[in-house]
Design a protein around this ligand. Sequence first.
Ligand code: B12
Length: 215
Amino acid sequence: MSKEEVLEKLRRSFLSYDEEATRKAAAEALAAGVDPLEAVSVLTETIRELGEKFSKMEIFLPDLMLAADAMRAGLTVLKPELMKRKAETRTLGKILIGVVKGDIHDIGKTILVTMLEAEGFEVIDLGKDVPIRKFVEEAQTHNPDIIAASALMTTTRPEQRGLIEYLKHLGFRDKYKVMVGGGAVTSQYAEEIGADGYGENAPEAVEVAKKLISK
Ligand code: B12
């Protein structure tokens, strides 16, 4: 099968919400020499298409939940390959990351964590539904260079602003760089709330993190 055919098979397996078929198709893509990042992009683009269908009520929440499980299955196969890219033994810096309170969308955050680790960052992953206070307490414990907050919904995005405001209130704003991202966030919003960095996707976020750390 050609690269295009293998990726199309991955897309179709994923669209049928079939965990096993998605896992298998991801493995086939790798065996065919496809760049793991390209395979991740196929899954990412497809789940976004499903999101569009969900907002038009062409598919429903149970579909999204099945899709999320199939996405995870595919990522389980692709993640070790992404990690193999890890070239550096020294760490580039420490990043504390989480999905903000009220938000359980953690697929994008998880992809970003994998890529940050693959590039040589030390990552402390707080998971999803993380209250502002928890971000700050963990930051005091781990002393990261960057605090990164992900938000997928317009209703949870204000938590990112709240995090920055709380850091200011405590007099800690200059101790950490703050990066924000996730489907509900734009570069304009990041600027408006006074974040230090934003990335539209994981590769971009990794580059921004590198720049912030070298400053
Ligand atoms: C999958 C999904 C779900 C799954 C989540 C599974 C999981 N464990 O993540 C399930 C089914 C559970 C779900 C539930 C809900 N969902 Co939903 N979901 C989605 C969907 C289709 C895809 C999200 C996703 O995984 N995208 C793919 C990843 C790879 O992209 P990403 O997250 O944007 O991440 C990339 C970048 O943003 C960036 N990035 C991510 N984080 C960060 C952080 C930093 C610091 C940086 C720099 C970069 C960065 O890197 C990532 C990789 O490139 C979106 C639609 C969409 N277009 O996003 C809706 C969507 C987010 N959901 C939506 C809604 C409404 C809900 C529900 C409220 C539905 C309901 N009625 O119950 C619940 C909410 C649950 C909650 N409290 O959080 C809406 C939100 C609308 C809004 N208000 O803004 C969306 C937009 C769908 C829609 N069009 O209506 N959902």
